[in-house]
Design a binder for this molecule. Structure first.
Ligand code: SF4
Ligand code: SF4
Length: 392
């Protein structure tokens, strides 16, 4: 952590996270070698079986259950097509999976002379306007806290695990929230519903790479990233985009948990945002819908803990942590991703409806117990039959 303490200036958003999650000074940066997907390549305990192979349509295995037939896999795999194409463009020579193990290398060079900026506030405003145009539902800007930057980069081809630091000067991060399709998300889990995940990644890819190119065109440095390079959730919380839920996901202020997160690291000087709370923590303390609904019981029923269930999560930070081993084993059994925990979460709503937004607002205050009861009474979170989505 020597580089970290030397270069990072503590700002109030770091203090917020320190106290909210009782982060110990002994916390270490996460090594992505221990990420559950990367572990499945080298750790005999984690067997991916046909999970990754099924994303090649030649290997899909139809099931009798609805939502797992040829149509469903064809749609899911097509939704991943762009992300795979761009992300794996250099895999054969470098082993990089851009967006997952390494940042994107899609940018073309910018001008030699950077634009003259009026003020950090004005720059932030313009960056957020551009992010909206590029597809972001929400945008937050914060200083990089090096504790959330990965300590290494993991190469999925060679399994090299080399130490990693952000390039000098990239001290600011633009965090982008990409909402996913609400109706399709109500069919989780199925191969069909995996299409909303695929589209979410493609939206993230578009937004982050366009933003990085925009900043490059202004004459500054930028690096587009999805799940690679740093942990998204603490950066999103720091950037004021949402709170942390029992299911280990970001609950974004304007779209709930049904989102993907992308980010762009940059040296462009901008005004930064601060964390915002709207009652999620207190609500999660009452509600256990995600933990009750999770088939492999991977979500904690008890209070936040400092010690994670296994090596795929960071210790020395007090939080609810999903048991990634149990969760991934369930995905492997289905040959597709599961997001039952997103589907049943009372914060997962159609935010275009005023009554949804009002309900979420009330859930953040003293009416939280009543709102939880109402959520159950109204039948939110129930699975829509996959074939019903095809008929919509
Ligand atoms: S994705 Fe599915 S298996 Fe994993 S934690 Fe959520 S509900 Fe459980
Ligand atoms: S389902 Fe309930 S406990 Fe789980 S994250 Fe959502 S609000 Fe929190």
């Amino acid at each position: 952590m020597s580089k970290d303490s030397a270069t990072h200036v503590i700002d109030p958003s770091d203090e917020f996270l320190n106290s909210r999650f009782q982060i110990k000074n002994s916390i270490q940066r996460f090594n992505p070698k221990f990420d559950i997907f990367n572990r499945s390549l080298w750790d005999d305990q984690i067997n991916p079986r046909n999970f990754f192979a099924s994303y090649d349509i030649a290997n899909y295995a139809p099931k009798k259950s609805k939502g797992f037939d040829h149509w469903d896999y064809a749609l899911r795999n097509a939704s991943w097509h762009l992300t795979d194409l761009v992300g794996e463009q250099h895999f054969a020579e470098s082993g990089a999976v851009e967006g997952f193990t390494h940042p994107f290398t899609t940018q073309v060079p910018g001008p030699d002379v950077p634009i003259v900026l009026k003020s950090p506030q004005e720059t932030s405003k313009r960056i957020k306007a551009a992010a909206k145009l590029f597809g972001a539902g929400m945008t937050g800007i914060t200083k990089v806290d090096q504790r959330w930057v990965y300590s290494h980069s993991f190469n999925r081809k060679t399994q090299d695990n080399l130490s990693f630091d952000l390039p000098e000067g990239m001290d600011t991060v633009i965090v982008l929230i990409l909402p996913m399709d609400y109706r399709l998300g109500t069919t989780f889990p199925s191969a069909l519903s995996g299409s909303t995940t695929g589209v979410g990644y493609a939206d993230s890819l578009q937004c982050a790479t366009m933003m990085a190119q925009f900043i490059t065109n202004l004459g500054f440095e930028a690096m587009a990233s999805l799940n690679d390079t740093a942990l998204n959730i603490p950066l999103a919380i720091k950037a004021g985009l949402g709170e942390y839920g029992r299911h280990g996901l970001l609950i974004s202020r304007d779209y709930g948990p049904n989102v993907r997160i992308a980010k762009v690291f940059t040296n462009l000087p901008m005004a930064i945002d601060q964390p915002q709370e709207f009652g999620v923590r207190a609500f999660c303390e009452q509600c256990r819908k995600c933990a009750d609904a999770c088939p492999p019981r991977a979500i904690a029923q008890d209070d936040p803990q400092e010690k994670p269930p296994n090596i795929s999560s960071l210790p020395n930070i007090k939080k609810w942590t999903v048991n990634a081993e149990k969760c991934f084993k369930f995905w492997v059994g289905m040959n597709t991703d599961c997001a039952i925990c997103i589907r049943v979460c009372p914060y997962n709503k159609d935010y275009s409806k005023w009554w949804s937004r009002l309900g979420i607002k009330l859930a953040g205050g003293p009416l939280r117990r009543f709102m939880l009861w109402l959520d159950n009474m109204l039948g939110y979170g129930k699975r829509m039959a996959p074939e019903a989505w095809w008929k919509l």
